[in-house]
Design a protein around this ligand. Structure first.
Ligand SMILES: *[C@@H]1O[C@H](CO)[C@@H](O)[C@H](O)[C@H]1NC(C)=O
Ligand SMILES: *[C@@H]1O[C@H](CO)[C@@H](O)[C@H](O)[C@H]1NC(C)=O
Length: 325
């Protein structure tokens, strides 16, 4: 068994070098008028994550053999905490809106510039996209969604900022810190009906405006291969939120084929919020697009562990005498 694992790992390291050549194939914004490519991999059945490697050998080898695969359960000791103040992060607003595309595997916003810098390295923002439910687990717990901001350096190194998204518990229009006066309630009731007059729940989190804006048009790209222009996007809300927290950092991989490793993961401790109505709209288009949590970084790829387990089960089955009926 140890020898078999060793042989598999040798194959794995060879695959990693090859996989890195595939960097950037899906990261770059497309030229104006160019068609939105639809992914050939998926999340269920034979095109699902258990079989990604076989969909394109050897390009996708790392999906089944890599030992630093993402996503992972973000528990103590698998990541390093880095204060956001140690990282430079800037994202350009998109006053004319942005292209919002349905790639089949995710919905993605093509960004218009942004910089991430740490450890003397500078990365340019390429796009951000969404997973439902979250791919990383926050100390064992799945979150409603996860946003991935994908950055690339001139040397084609990749950094991904991950942001968990939870269902908002506050109202969309909630910005009231003091209880509303009777007169305000009366006038608002007249405008919106009684339900609108309820005071916000203490400690409630209102939805992130950026997400509400983006998902207000997601129903227009329900078909893979389609795109729409979003309303104007203001990025400072999310950037300021990120800057107020810290990052859980680790070296992992792309969570989609070719599962290339060497990705600088920076999962924010700050969470975004989405209104229940927008979550339902997003879910109806995205469906399900979360790769299962991978083994602890540095441990054997869980699919190789599983393959050995399956082989052992098959051997034990063939050596078990058939029971009389
Ligand atoms: C993570 O979960 C474990 C067990 O569920 C708990 O003991 C620990 O305090 C949690 N850690 C954090 C940082 O919340
Ligand atoms: C919301 O409240 C904050 C302070 O709690 C205030 O700074 C901000 O201007 C308010 N926004 C709107 C749109 O009223």
């Amino acid at each position: 068994m140890a020898r078999l694992l060793q042989a598999l790992f040798l194959t794995a390291s060879a695959g990693r070098a090859l996989a890195s050549c595939a960097y950037g194939t899906f990261l770059h914004p497309r030229a104006e008028g160019e068609e939105v490519p639809v992914a050939t991999f998926g999340y269920t059945g034979v095109i699902g994550p258990h079989n990604w490697a076989a969909l394109e050998l050897p390009t996708n080898n790392a999906c089944a053999t890599g030992t630093r695969q993402s996503p992972i359960d973000m528990v103590a000791n698998v990541f390093e905490v880095i204060p956001a103040s140690d990282v430079t992060i800037e994202v350009n607003d998109m006053p004319d809106g942005a292209d919002f595309e349905n790639l089949g595997s995710t919905v993605e916003v093509i960004t218009q510039g942004g910089t991430l810098a740490f450890d003397g390295k500078t990365f340019e923002l390429q796009q951000f996209h969404f997973h439902l439910p979250s791919e990383h687990l926050d100390n064992g717990t799945s979150q409603a969604m996860e946003m991935h901001m994908v950055w690339q350096s001139a040397a084609a190194e990749i950094a991904v900022v991950g942001l968990y998204i939870n269902i908002a518990t506050g109202e969309v229009t909630t910005n009231i810190t003091a209880p509303a006066t009777k007169r305000e309630i009366t006038s608002r009731s007249r405008l919106f009906g009684k339900r609108q007059a309820q005071a916000p729940v203490a400690g409630a989190t209102g939805p992130t405006t950026l997400l509400e804006t983006i998902f207000s048009v997601v129903d227009q790209i329900s078909t893979p291969g389609t795109k729409v222009k979003t309303p104007p996007l203001v990025m400072s809300e999310v950037v300021d939120l990120i800057k107020a927290g810290s990052f859980q950092a680790y070296s992992g991989s792309l969570t989609t084929p070719p599962c290339s490793e060497g990705v600088n993961w920076r999962v924010s401790t700050q969470k975004l919020s989405i209104s229940p109505a927008s979550f339902v709209k997003a879910r109806d288009v995205i469906g399900f697009n979360s790769r299962f949590p991978q083994n602890t970084p540095g441990q054997p790829n869980i699919l190789m562990v599983s393959a050995l387990g399956s082989a052992a089960a098959a051997v034990s089955l063939s050596s078990t005498p058939a029971k009389a009926a």
